[in-house]
Ligand binder design. Structure first.
Ligand SMILES: [Zn+2]
Ligand SMILES: [Zn+2]
Length: 254
């Protein structure tokens, strides 16, 4: 399996180290034809963009940079944070409406939308190590939040489910399949991806493989995703950024 796009990368506008131009150059150098700059939402403490308006600045800069790299399709997205168990996110609709890609993910250190969010997103996950019971409560709350989010917003994919914050992959994938949202296999972090693919595969959900690169050098490092998807027999047709092999079209051409 090969990939034409990396749709989850960070730039200096959040906690990435590369400029948009440096990221674009890295994407071209590794042979990608498409790259998305998807900086953290403003609610991500210490690493998010300054405010929602920053995405409009990114759009302007990307438009400029894109002229220099005609071989590359450059897209602008956001990795929004869940801020409450009702599926609230830290980017308003008037902003994400203007973006090419909306990613939603759970992160442990966010400004909650409410007192409820302070407990259900931040508190309970901090305490999840205390006992199996608390961890289970966190898992139920995290799953509910993501499920609500995929139906409330037009989410393209969920970033790194099960990284640090536990979710029920079966329930989440079913909701994603029903709302036309993909599940990300994130090659930038170490966590158990076998179980995710094995479980999600059964629900009919689609996948994307992204690097979550915070350095230009990590952009397009997606091979680990191919290995795990192939291990469980996920067809290319269900991997949105996979290069579809020519043979799929050969019947039509003959
Ligand atoms: Zn993330
Ligand atoms: Zn990220």
């Amino acid at each position: 399996m090969e990939f034409f796009a990396d749709w989850h990368t960070h730039s200096k506008y959040s906690d990435g180290k590369g400029t948009i131009a440096e990221n674009a150059e890295a994407a071209l150098a590794i042979g990608l034809s498409e790259l998305a700059i998807t900086d953290h939402g403003p609610g991500n403490i210490g690493t998010g963009v300054k405010d929602g308006g920053t995405y409009f600045q990114i759009i302007d800069e990307v438009r400029d940079v894109a002229k220099r790299y005609p071989g590359l399709t450059l897209k602008v997205g956001a990795e929004a944070d869940i801020t409450s168990s009702d599926g609230s996110i830290d980017i308003p609709r008037e902003v994400w409406d203007k973006l090419d890609i909306l990613i939603v993910g759970l992160h442990p250190y966010v400004v909650p939308a409410s007192l409820e969010g302070l407990w259900s997103v931040v508190g309970i996950n901090q305490l999840a190590g205390i006992s199996r019971g608390v961890r289970e409560k966190a898992r139920i709350s995290n799953t509910k939040a993501l499920k609500e989010a995929v139906f409330r917003h037009e989410v393209d994919f969920i970033s790194h489910p099960n990284l640090k914050m536990p979710v029920d992959i079966s329930e989440l994938s079913a909701a994603c399949a029903a709302s036309d949202t993909a599940i990300e296999i994130n090659t930038g972090h170490h966590y158990d991806k076998d179980d995710i693919v094995r479980t999600a595969m059964k629900t009919g959900v689609n996948f994307v493989v992204c690097s979550d690169a915070h350095f230009p050098a990590s952009i397009g490092e997606l091979q680990e995703g191919a290995v795990v998807l192939e291990k469980f027999g996920v067809p290319e047709e269900r991997v949105l950024n996979a290069v579809l092999k020519e043979k799929r079209f050969s019947r039509r051409n003959n």
